[in-house]
Structure formats: structure tokens, C-alpha cells
Design a protein around this ligand. Sequence first.
Ligand code: ATP
Length: 447
Amino acid sequence: MTNIMDKLTALCKRRGFIYPSSEIYGGINACWDYGPMGVRLKTNIKAHWFRTMTRMRDDVVPLDAAILMHPRVWEASGHITEFTDPLIDCKQCKARFRADDVDFDFKDPNTPCPRCGNRGTFTEPRMFNLMFKTFMGPVEDEASVVYLRPETAQGIYVNFDNVRISSRLKLPFGIAQIGKAFRNEITPGNFIFRTREFEQMEMQFFVKPDEDQKWFDYWKEERMKWYLSIGLTPERLRWHEHGPNELAHYAKAAFDIQYEFGFGSDPWHELEGVHNRTDFDLKRHQEFAGKKLEYFDEASRERYLPYIIETSAGCDRTLLVTLIDGYREEEIKGEKRVFLGFHPSIAPITAAIFPLVKKDGMPDIAKKITADLRPHYDVFYDAGGSIGRRYARQDEVGTPFCITVDGQTLEDQTVTIRHRNTLEQERCSTDRLRERLGDLIATYGSA
Ligand code: ATP
């Protein structure tokens, strides 16, 4: 399975999904840059999330809050005191580990350091705050410290009243946000699984306190459906309930959607958290900001602080899952074929269009098809190299459909559509292509 991560890292670089950051300077640990295909894939994942979570609903609205927030926000949220991980160091080689995330007993003097092999060299665990600090303005003193947000959620809580009043919303309603978050992780790694700069897709749903369980169950179901809608293998997704020792300081109940990533002693890892945060956040901000955040319920004539059901997903982690889940190797007539089986709703390129040869007007027809389809789908025109090579390149970036203009097109205005997963080919008239692609996308995976 680690093998697959190595293969994916190489494929991602070769095909323009993800490159090591600042590579010409030797890279910077656990930072990655998204290339042309990676940006397309990520944009589609975010768009799909946005569509499901807000565009298709009238009870969830979007927000884009600033990354830098008033430092008191992080006191109120508990991040200054609670957002810590236990850190241990090897005194010999200075390697650092998260004490709660290692599969060895660092207290046993016979345990060797996984990095240098020396025994009994670990320090006692000490708590390490994961927030990145910086300074606002020209003076670098304590009073000008600000933090890079470690989650997008707080931007939503502090805007609860702004959004509610300006959008004339009544409970229950949600606020959704996609944005960067920063955590000074002790042990980042496994490609883009854990990085220090990443993107989150979070939605906070505000409810009447006694309706929390109903909405918690509802959002759990909705979020699992979403992962299935982007084509992930159902057997590789599961729920993990946080036990009393795992629960965050703000949570009444928490379930993680886990995916079978394959690395580590336990191959299952968190993909998204669904949390019942109670009224903790609004209560704390009300207290620290000295501003009432209560809601007046006209129906029941009650005044209360809403409870919050949170769905918190990692965008980069979801992207990694689409790569792992989609990666396929097969052998056809002695030749190895590698492809990424992306669902068409998120694939960086929905359809690639090729002229079989660069003559008899085929390139012009293929270019016209590309231009006609472009407003509706992510398309790509390619006339370079043999048709086999062009198919192979599209397989590796996970293009579900390849359209080829050939000799027969000149006679009857039909083209071939090649299906990535099955390699089946069908003929379709050029004037029906847009409609046919729409049908193929809508029925994808249901055969
Ligand atoms: P972990 O226990 O793995 O550190 P967490 O429980 O702290 O994660 P949350 O705070 O619930 O994670 O964050 C919500 C989501 O944000 C996670 O499910 C994950 O998809 C994503 N995420 C969190 N930290 C990182 C990171 N360092 N790199 C990439 N994605 C992350």
C-alpha cells in the first residue's frame, strides 16, 4: 500500500497534479503545490461540495471569512489552551514524534527510536501548540501576535449574527465555508494526508438545542452520501465514533468518516468529522466578545443559544482519497495500463478530443467539437503522438471519455466515444455529443 503512495506521488508529479513545493530549492517539508490537473480536480471537488451543501439547498448559505482573526477568538475557542499535541523527541537524533500517534512504547527504555535505532532516548512528552503565529504591523511584540487560523469554523461562529440578520434566516440553518487552515503539525506526511497548510470544507448548522440529535443524524447520513456521490468505494468508508477519551473539549458527540487509506498500522484514517458542538462556541464568543448571540425563536417565544452541528472535511484529504480510490493497474494483451477511475463529476478533464491523424480536415473537426463542448464540460484537445499514447495520457489523468474523429467522421459525421473504465467504444453523431455526454455522466456507475 505504501507502494501505492509512491506510485501516486510519482504519477501526480508526472501528470501535473501535485509537485513538491519550492522543488528547485530542494523542497520544503510536507508542502505541496497543485499543478494544472490538481487544480482542476480540487476545483471540481470544491464545486461539488459547494453545490451539494449550499446551492442545492435553501437552508445553508456560504461565507468566506478572513484567515487572520482577532487573537481573542482563539482564546474563546479554546485553541490557545487546548489545541496542543503531546510531543516527544529522540535525544540522540532529534527526531520528533506525536506521543499519541506512535505505534511504539516510548516509555519502555528498550524501545528503539524508529529513526536512529538507539534505545531509551525519548524525552518526556510535552504539550505543543499547533497554531502558527505571526505579527500584524511593523512591531514584532506580544501585543501584535496574530494566528493563522487552524480551522475555518471560527470565522463562521463570529459571523453568526451578521449572516443571520443580513440573510433573514430562521433556525435551523447552516453556514458553509471553504478555505485554508494552518496547523504546525508535529508529524506531517503521507503525501498530502497531513500537511501544515491545507484547505477545509466546513459547514456549521445552527439548531434549536433539543433538536440537536435529529440534525446530527441527518448530517451524518448526508455527508456519507456525498462521498458515495463522488464515486468512492463504499467498503472503504466507515464511521468511527469518538470514545469519551477522544472527544474534543467542545463536543457532545463526534463521529469521523474514515477511509481505508492503507498506510500505518491501522489503515483507516479520518476523512471528515461530524460533531455536535452544543452551544459551546456561541456561548464562549458571547462571553469573550461581550456581545449577546442569543436567538429569539418567534414560534416558541423562547430565547436561547443555538446548538451547532458541524461537518468538517479536508479538501486535500478528499482529493488524496479520490486518487487512492481511483488508482487502477491492469494488464491488457501483455501491456500494462494505469488509469485513475475518477467519477466524471470531479474528473479534471471530462472529455478529450482527438483527430485520429493530422490530415483530411480531422483536426478542424476535432477543434470545432472541443469549442462546442467547452462551455458545458472540461474538455481537452490533443493531436500529439499516436492515438494509443494519447489514450494512455488521458487514462493517467483519469479522463472518463475520449472522443476521436476518424475517417468515418468525414462520411457520416459520427465519432467514437471511448470509455475509460471498460475500453468500450461507441459511435455517436457529432450533433448529439453534448447530450450523450450528459447522459453518460448522469448514469455513470449505475450500470
Ligand atoms: P487529526 O486527528 O488527524 O489531526 P483532527 O481530528 O484534528 O485530525 P479536524 O480538526 O476534525 O481534524 O479537521 C477536520 C478535517 O480537516 C479532517 O478530517 C481532515 O480531513 C482535515 N485536516 C485536519 N488536519 C489536517 C492536516 N494537517 N492536513 C490535511 N488535512 C487536515
